[in-house]
Design a protein around this ligand. Structure first.
Ligand code: SAH
Ligand code: SF4
Length: 381
C-alpha cells in the first residue's frame, strides 16, 4: 500500500474512528485509545502508543497514518500573535493564527484554500477559490499549533482555549469537513473545548446555518458589514442570493435552537472609511438589529495592497460604537492584532513572499480593548 492510499486517522470523528477499528476486526475502545493518543498525547507515530499491542501497531502502520499538514512558515508578532502558513496537498497554502490575550488564547483556523464568496474588502476573496480543506487539514491546524506549545498533559491550562473558524475560506461552503473538525474540537477524547468557545463565522450561507444547528450548537458569528441590502450586495456578493431578511430570519432560528445561554450571535461589521461608517448607517443598523439576540463587533478594516478601501477614522469608529451602545445594541471594537506579520483579519492570503516589506509598512494600531468574555471568543484577529 502506498502512502497515498493509507487512511489518515487525523480528522476522523469518534464515530468514524470506531467504524475504522471495527472494520479492522478490533474493539471500539481502540478508537478511543487512538483519539487520546492523537489529540491528548499529540503523537503521530504508532510505535509510541504503548498500550497498543505490537501486532495491532504493525497492522496500523500498514494501512493507516497520522498526517498533519506541513508547516511552510511560522511567524511571531511583536504582540505575541503567532501565524503558521501550512502547505496543503495539491499545492497552495493556508494560514492559521494564534492570538494570546491574558488567560485566553484564540486559534483562528482556515477552512478552504482561497474563497469563492469574493467579498470586496477581503484579500482571501481576491485570490479566488482553489479547494476545500479536508477535516485532517482543518483539525491538523489545531493539532500542529497545539503541539508547538508542548505536551498538553503537563500544562495546567492549555494556551489554546478558544477556536474561531475565521481564517481563510467560507466554512459553511465546506460544511461536512468543517463539522467533522469542529466535532473533534468539542470531543472530550480530543480537545474538549466547550461549544461556547468554538465560533463559526459565516458570510451568510442561509440554508447551511439551519443545517449547522442540526449538527452542532457552537457560537455563531455573521459577517454583516452593511445595514441595508444595497450596500451589502456590493460588499458581500452572497447577499444577492441570501438577502438580509432571509439571513436575519436564519439567525433567529439558530439562536432559538441553541440551548445554552451564550446563544447571542455576533454581528461582525468591518469599518470602511466613507463606505459603511456614517451616522445614517449606525441608525439603520440599530433598527435592523431590533429584537434580535445579537451583539455587534466592529472590525477596523485591515489594509492589503490594492484593496481599494481605507480603514475608518478612529473618531468615526468611536462615534459609531457609541451610537449603537447608546441605543441598546451591545457593541465592541475588535483590537487589531498581529498585523505586523500579516495575521490580522482579511490579511490571510497563504503566501510567504513580500512579508517583511508589507509588515514594516503597516503600523500596529490598538483601539479599545473589549472586556466582554464571550465577545472576545469571536477573536480579535
Ligand atoms: N468567510 C468567513 C470567515 C472568514 S473571514 C466570513 O466571512 O465570515 C473572518 C472575518 O474577517 C469576517 O468577518 C470578514 O468579513 C473579516 N474580514 C475580511 N477581510 C477583512 C479586512 N481586510 N479587514 C478586516 N476584516 C476583514
Ligand atoms: Fe470569503 Fe469570508 Fe473573505 Fe468573504 S470575508 S471573501 S466569505 S473569507
Amino acid at each position: 500500500m502506498t502512502e497515498a492510499e493509507k487512511t489518515n486517522l487525523l480528522g476522523k470523528t469518534r464515530e468514524e474512528m470506531e467504524a475504522f477499528f471495527l472494520s479492522l476486526g478490533e474493539k471500539k475502545y481502540r478508537a478511543h485509545q487512538m483519539l487520546k493518543w492523537i489529540y491528548i498525547h499529540q503523537v503521530d507515530d504508532f510505535e509510541l502508543m504503548t498500550d497498543v499491542g505490537k501486532a495491532l501497531r504493525e497492522k496500523l502502520r500498514q494501512v493507516a497514518e497520522i498526517r498533519p499538514p506541513e508547516i511552510l512558515h511560522e511567524g511571531i508578532s511583536r504582540d505575541g500573535t503567532r501565524k503558521w502558513v501550512f502547505k496543503v496537498d495539491g499545492g497552495g497554502a493556508v494560514e492559521t493564527v494564534f492570538i494570546p490575550d491574558g488567560r485566553r488564547g484564540t486559534l483562528c483556523v482556515s477552512s478552504q484554500v482561497g474563497c469563492s464568496v469574493d467579498c470586496s474588502f477581503c484579500s482571501t476573496g481576491k485570490q479566488g477559490f482553489q479547494r476545500d480543506l479536508s477535516s485532517a487539514e482543518i483539525i491538523g491546524q489545531v493539532w500542529l499549533a497545539s503541539r508547538s506549545f508542548g505536551p498538553r498533559t503537563n500544562l495546567g491550562q492549555h494556551p489554546i482555549t478558544n477556536v474561531v473558524m475565521m481564517g481563510m475560506g467560507e466554512p459553511l461552503l465546506n460544511f461536512v469537513n468543517v463539522v467533522r473538525a469542529m466535532k473533534l474540537m468539542k470531543e472530550d477524547l480530543a480537545y474538549g473545548i466547550s461549544k461556547k468557545r468554538i465560533t463559526l463565522s459565516t458570510s451568510g450561507v442561509v440554508p447551511m446555518i439551519d443545517k449547522l444547528s442540526d449538527e452542532l450548537d457552537v457560537s455563531l458569528a455573521i459577517s454583516l458589514h452593511a445595514p441595508n441590502d444595497e450596500l451589502r450586495n456590493q460588499l458581500v456578493p452572497l447577499n444577492r442570493k441570501y438577502p438580509l431578511a432571509d439571513l436575519l430570519a436564519a439567525c433567529k432560528r439558530y439562536s432559538e435552537k441553541i440551548p445554552h445561554k451564550h446563544k447571542s450571535i455576533t454581528m461582525e461589521y468591518v469599518m470602511l472609511k466613507g463606505i459603511n461608517d456614517k451616522p445614517e448607517h449606525a441608525r439603520q443598523l440599530v433598527k435592523l438589529m431590533r429584537n434580535l439576540p445579537v451583539k455587534v463587533n466592529l472590525i477596523p478594516f485591515n489594509p492589503f495592497p490594492h484593496a481599494g478601501y481605507e480603514r475608518s477614522e478612529r473618531n468615526d469608529i468611536l462615534a459609531f460604537h457609541k451610537h449603537l451602545n447608546d441605543n441598546g445594541l451591545l457593541t465592541t471594537i475588535r483590537t487589531t492584532r498581529g498585523d505586523d506579520i500579516d495575521a490580522a483579519c482579511g490579511q490571510l492570503v497563504g503566501d510567504v513572499v513580500d512579508r517583511t516589506r508589507r509588515s514594516e509598512r503597516w503600523r500596529k494600531e490598538v483601539f479599545l480593548r473589549d472586556s466582554d468574555d464571550n465577545d472576545r471568543t469571536a477573536a480579535e484577529v
